[in-house]
Design a protein around this ligand. Structure first.
Ligand SMILES: [Zn+2]
Length: 460
């Protein structure tokens, strides 16, 4: 069914009408007359933008997060004892922080929740800790997987480092959460494009399967390394850069990192390198300088970067995909714990933009907040949960962040997409003018979200 949006305001032109046909914007003009077969949506003078793109998130983990006990700011034992087990009898918790909750192992969890399988995720996402029942249930005692930490006698300690892909195969099938509810929530925020940033093929395939099944109505870009052509065998799925994780407890060697970058480039794909420490960023920048930069190469997070690193990023011409909502969520922790020399260099945004770097915002959900409007507020205010400011010099305008959300997934931080004839009809209709939206960015303004001309969220 074709649509005519009447009384809408575009960024570059006053009240007008926009016709959608065959999944595209077919015409824009105040004089367009409704066709009898056409459905009409009254924009009531609201702003019509291209749909937003979240340039980095983890869909399966975000969906699972919704059904987990959240340990953030809570007592671990009490939270675990109160948690409701899932359909397979597992207790699942997220947000473990060793500085708040202490060291965690199989035996500590056994005392907290005896008898039923428990798994607790570190807030970085890099570590799971399981109790004895949990380890037994997934066969960890006899498994030969690399990330299973063992004591000197060879007995698993309960700590599993970056084992997500194996865990997914070892856990009961019905543990895999549907992405349908999450897809609807994200549509309600005006998001029409999602970049699934997991390096492992499991989450990428789960997200692709959700698009094919109709559970996830958005466009999807996949960053996992080992993807077959079939993974992207759908008009709304594309394969993007190769995600490379430089784990902070074991940085890869320089040669190894260069090789991985060259291999990705050799396959015609840019790289997206995870860098959350100054050391990881320095290593990555020298590896990129050695291997050569390919258009589309990007740094994920750049969580610690001062003037020398910012200049180096700019000189190489690589992009940065940042997560302003973590300034709010974790800012108080950073102020308490991060070494003073690193504190002033946390989560740069304005200095990157000033240096000419293409910067794109994202959520990194479930670690950051999936609501893009909240991310815009966080990037503008740079306020922590307790109201203190973190790196106020790195604050940017709401329009700067919005532009980043409007850049194409294949061009993060590039020119914002526009509503113009010929463009794909991926759109968000908002309540209020551009000035209103920028002054008070809020998900409550989203009235309708469309992908390829079809309504996926909001009732208009
Ligand atoms: Zn991530």
């Amino acid at each position: 069914v074709n649509l005519l949006l009447v009384d809408v305001v575009l960024r570059d032109r006053g009240p007008t009408r926009v016709r959608l046909a065959d999944g595209r914007v077919s015409a824009v003009g105040a004089d367009l007359v409704p066709d009898p077969a056409e459905e009409v949506i009254d924009g009531r003078g609201g702003l019509l933008l291209p749909g937003l793109a979240d340039h980095h998130l983890h869909l399966a983990a975000t969906a699972a997060h919704a059904t987990s006990a959240d340990l953030e700011g809570r007592d671990l034992i009490a939270a675990l004892r109160e948690a409701t087990p899932d359909g397979s009898g597992w207790v699942r918790a997220v947000g473990y922080d060793e500085r708040r909750h202490g060291d965690l192992s199989r035996t500590v969890l056994d005392q907290a929740v005896p008898g039923r399988p428990v798994r607790v995720q570190h807030r970085s996402g890099a570590l799971w800790v399981l109790n004895t029942a949990g380890l037994a249930a997934i066969g960890a005692y006899s498994a030969t997987v690399g990330g299973i930490e063992r004591d000197p006698d060879g007995v698993p300690t309960g700590r599993l480092w970056r084992c997500d892909d194996w865990l997914r195969t070892a856990l009961p099938e019905r543990d895999a959460p549907s992405l349908r509810a999450l897809g609807a929530t994200l549509a309600g925020y005006g998001l029409t494009h999602l970049t699934e940033a997991s390096p492992d093929p499991g989450p990428a395939q789960a997200a692709a399967a959700a698009v094919r099944a109709g559970d996830l109505p958005q466009h999807l870009l996949l960053l996992a390394e080992d993807l077959t052509e079939q993974s992207a065998d759908h008009p709304r799925i594309a394969i993007g850069p190769v995600k490379i994780v430089t784990t902070d407890h074991a940085l890869p060697g320089f040669e190894e990192l260069c090789d991985r970058i060259c291999r990705a480039h050799g396959h015609g794909r840019p790289v997206a390198v995870h860098c959350v420490t100054r050391a990881a960023l320095a290593l990555t920048l020298s590896a990129l300088a050695e291997a050569g930069v390919r258009e589309g190469d990007r740094i994920e997070h750049a969580a610690v970067a001062g003037p020398p690193e910012v200049s180096a990023v700019a000189a190489l011409g690589v992009r940065v995909v940042t997560q302003p909502s973590l300034v709010e969520r974790r800012g108080d922790d950073y102020l308490a714990r991060v070494d003073p020399p690193d504190r002033r260099d946390l989560w740069p945004y304005a200095s990157l933009v000033a240096a000419g770097v293409r910067v794109a915002p994202s959520s990194d959900a479930p670690y950051g907040d999936p609501d893009p409007w909240r991310t815009i507020r966080a990037a503008v205010g740079r306020r922590t949960t307790s109201g203190r400011r973190l790196g106020p010099g790195e604050a940017v305008s709401a329009e700067q962040v919005l532009d980043g959300y409007l850049s194409a997934p294949s061009d993060p931080g590039g020119a914002p997409r526009r509503v113009a004839p010929g463009a794909t009809a991926d759109l968000v209709l908002l309540e209020g003018s551009l000035a209103d939206v920028l002054a008070e960015p809020d998900a409550g303004r989203v009235r309708a979200t469309l992908v390829e001309g079809a309504l996926i969220g909001g009732g208009a």
